[in-house]
Design a protein around this ligand. Structure first.
Ligand code: BTN
Length: 325
């Protein structure tokens, strides 16, 4: 009922709707409508009530609730199990714990803030409350463990598409897991798996996306390198909406990946590739090398030509430390 009332008020975009009209649509008395309005107010919705005019919505809390999330999803893949924490150490750890207890494929673990958000290579992921998205997907694909790293790229493509759709910005991707907007990092992906030599038990895909963070939300050390959707557009986004766009976008790409392989998504990567054709400093296997980025191949490997060499190397796992013209 409260959801229906919220939708009616949202449809009217800040205009008054009479209690009688609302009551008719909800099949209840005006007194019962008033009770529902009180319920929404308790949840943080700003609703003005004026005698003779009715009610109008002034503001919505930026909460991430299962009911609203599920109602915004077009696909059913991730409309099954949603776990939300106001504060947790890391949603990746939460999802791994759920996986260990037999948690289902498609579980989404999300938090308003993290105390121990993790990035790749043991780095910390800044996770202040109320502004960004931090979530992890639990997947149980029937997949050769050697192909699991490709899922990071699949998620990155899906995230880029969702961010572009929501914000109108153009996203670029830095192999293997970073999303850049206007030359600064706005999101990162941390995929962690549990596998036997020949069988994948589960994969956790963790996504941290800077949505409404202002530059003051970033520690000084990364302020010049990080950005958010809000910093770049001046708009405030509803996090649940961005999350829903991502889950639908990922569901599409994940299905294509499982049926046709990463090659089917390669064009989507290639047109957003932040590195292809650039000179880079690559760290891999304890070694650093300068050379040229030549793109990504149909198995998600980074194609690299070392300075002074004519040979193209295929890199499974590594990190780009610098990239320029
Ligand atoms: C990176 O850029 O190095 C990856 C960052 C991944 C951060 C996300 S936030 C949600 C999930 N939980 C974590 O602890 N890490 C990932």
């Amino acid at each position: 009922m409260a959801e229906l009332l919220r939708r009616i008020l949202e449809e009217c975009e800040g205009r008054f709707v009479s209690g009688q009209d609302i009551g008719r649509r909800m099949g209840m008395s005006r007194a019962a409508v008033w009770k529902q309005v009180q319920g929404l107010r308790r949840r943080g919705f700003g609703i003005e009530g004026a005698r003779g005019a009715g009610y109008r919505l002034l503001g919505r809390p930026d909460v991430i609730e299962e009911q609203e999330l599920f109602s915004r999803l077009s696909r059913t893949d991730f409309r099954k199990h949603f776990v939300f924490f106001h504060v947790t150490d890391s949603t990746n750890s939460g999802a791994a714990e759920i996986a260990g207890k037999g948690g289902a494929h498609g579980t989404v673990v999300c938090a308003d803030s993290q105390t121990g958000g993790r990035g790749r290579l043991g780095r910390r992921w800044e996770s202040p409350p109320g502004v960004n998205l931090y979530f992890s997907l639990l997947l149980r694909p029937f997949l050769d463990p050697l192909r699991a790293p490709q899922l990071t790229l699949v998620a990155a493509i899906a995230l880029a598409a969702a961010v572009e759709e929501c914000s109108g910005l153009r996203a670029s991707l830095k192999w293997p897991n970073d999303l850049y907007l206007e030359g600064r990092k706005a999101a990162g992906i941390l995929a962690e798996m549990s596998a036997d030599p020949d069988r994948l038990r589960h994969v956790v895909i963790g996504v941290g996306l800077n949505v409404n963070a202002g530059s003051h939300d970033f520690p000084e050390a990364i302020r010049g390198k990080a950005t958010s959707l809000k910093i770049l557009t001046g708009r405030t986004f509803r996090r649940v909406e961005v999350l829903a766009r991502f889950l639908d976008s990922f569901a599409d790409r994940y299905a294509a990946f499982l049926s046709d392989g990463f090659g089917a998504l390669l064009p989507e990567w290639a047109r957003r590739d932040a590195l292809a054709g650039k000179h880079v400093l690559l760290r891999y296997r304890e070694e650093e090398a300068r050379g040229k980025a030549l793109g990504v191949d149909e198995s998600g490997m980074f194609l690299f030509r070392r300075e002074g060499s004519a040979r193209t190397e295929k890199v499974v796992s590594g990190e780009i430390l610098e990239f320029g013209g």
